[in-house]
Design a binder for this molecule. Structure first.
Ligand SMILES: [Zn+2]
Length: 69
């Protein structure tokens, strides 16, 4: 398991940050970079590490699928 460390404070308390817009997403994807955010110092940086793969998305609402039709 790989861990991404903050490039400013070297903290391991980091999380994947959401990409702002479409252009940023395309550019970063082509460069193979992913946006990260440090929880300790709120510093945003880029890393080639994609982070842990999420099996289940907490923001996904199952009620939408149940009432889709
Ligand atoms: Zn930091």
């Amino acid at each position: 398991m790989s861990q991404v460390y903050c490039k400013r404070c070297k903290s391991s308390h980091t999380m994947r940050a959401t990409r702002k817009n479409f252009f940023q997403r395309v550019i970063l994807f082509r460069l193979g970079l992913h946006p990260w955010k440090c929880i300790d110092c709120a510093y945003r940086f880029l890393s080639r590490d994609r982070g842990p793969r999420k099996e289940s998305r907490p923001d996904r609402r199952p009620t939408d699928e149940a009432t889709s039709r």
